[in-house]
Design a protein around this ligand. Structure first.
Ligand SMILES: [Zn+2]
Length: 70
């Protein structure tokens, strides 16, 4: 079953989408490996496109939220 996750890197906080078949993931920003099961999962999706779209929107919302205070 193809499944895609959006998770937060526990080391640097980078939000990233990747295939849910991985147990371990290398962060695209800081390059460190983290266990998917111990990372904060923001969402699960059926395909990579939806996962990457969610990632993009989540980052935008978070950036706006920082400025507006929520
Ligand atoms: Zn990282």
């Amino acid at each position: 079953m193809a499944r895609y996750l959006v998770a937060v890197c526990p080391y640097c906080g980078e939000i990233q989408a990747f295939s849910g078949r991985y147990k371990r993931k290398r962060c695209v920003r800081c390059g460190r490996f983290f266990m998917v099961s111990s990372a904060k999962i923001l969402g699960e999706f059926d395909n990579a496109y939806r996962a990457s779209e969610f990632t993009r929107h989540y980052k935008l919302r978070r950036a706006e939220g920082d400025e507006r205070g929520g």
